[in-house]
Ligand binder design. Sequence first.
Ligand SMILES: *Cc1c(COP(=O)(O)O)cnc(C)c1O
Length: 438
Amino acid sequence: MANELEKTTYRFDTQRLRAGYDPKEHNYAVSPPIYQTTSFDFRDVEHAKALFGLRELGNLYTRIGNPTVAVLEQRIAALDGASGAVALSSGMAAVSYTLLNVAEGGGRILTSPYLYGGSADSFKKVYPKFGITFDFAKNIENPEKLAEEIKPDTKAIYVESISNPNGVLLDIDAIAKVAHEHGIPLIVDNTVATPYLYNPISHGADIVVYSATKGLTGHGNVIAGLVLESGKFNWQSDKFPQFSEKYYTLRDINDNNRSFLEVFPEAPFTGRIRFNYLNYFGAALSPFDAYLVLIGLETLSERIEKQVRNAGILAEYLKTHKSVEWVRYPGLKDSPYHELAQRDFPKGAGGILSFGFKGTTEQREAFLNSVKLFNYHVNIGDARSLIVNSPQTTHSELEPEEKKIADIPENLIRISAGLEDPADLIADLEQAFEKANT
Ligand SMILES: *Cc1c(COP(=O)(O)O)cnc(C)c1O
């Protein structure tokens, strides 16, 4: 689906509405149609052979590709400046396929202590059984010392651009430099920031992963994930033989076996995820869900802009409240991440903030039981404002010692700012604080 739009220099707000889709190629339908079909007919036997040999890229079977899903892949690739993208059925599928693809056969991943709960827990519980071990870096915030923690079999560095629930920001440029000096890629989970607030590739990331479930779609109605690549990393190295390995399934017209680097020179990483992991492990995004993500993307900029504004207003309100011990939001002037926020997040440092509830456990629970407008659940990035006690829910997998390292105190309450009138949100928190204190 070659598209004139991708080759132009349209800006972000135009691309999020139009990249990857040309109505002329879809019966002039304005909104991307949902191609709700399992398979696609071959024109003839030659066509079937060409598709199976990847000599021609086209639609074959929806598990490995679908026109609606392809619009989403091309659109997000345009927004992030990526050379390739693959959509998957969840953020966790994006994380796991990425890590398996990079560290196939075993090795180590150097990572940050500030991670999504599901990532942190799977890193220590699941991957070691596949020969992939994680080192939780002590120096992720001191990149000049980070090199000391890279071992001979370290295959990648993995971080989040804005961590949840803490809002920790990292110097991604400096971390990328360390990774590249050691011939390994930097993988960035950009879920909380979304491409509207942060472009990891322009800061040196090689692979970007998203849970599109969150701010990207923004309506709390879909589970989806994406993996993108910069196209700049050199995979032709002894550390990553899987990209040079020749496969019979990738043979050319003269029956010579080929590698993913030969077949997808610009996007070997996502090409390999599609044809090995998505194809055989099967976490395919449905065309309908891809459509929902596309609809969400159409308003990405306006939603995130307002969420950032509401998060800032809520942070300032909470700072002055007597029942609040502390507030963490990188947009606040007294945040330890304020300087990085100013430098790398000119449009704001996200819609997530957290605060320490001052009071007993009973009071904290009474407060949560008393909110009426905020939704009490584990999602983030929704158009509605959400609240949750992360240490007891989203990050309850972490053992006490790990919570200490990840800096998640027991009294932490996380807010994901939505699009409501901030005065209503403040009034809701105010009445809940009052109930907790009586
Ligand atoms: C939610 C989330 C994930 C997992 O995504 P799902 O779509 O729920 O599978 C991964 N990383 C981060 C930062 C998340 O917030």
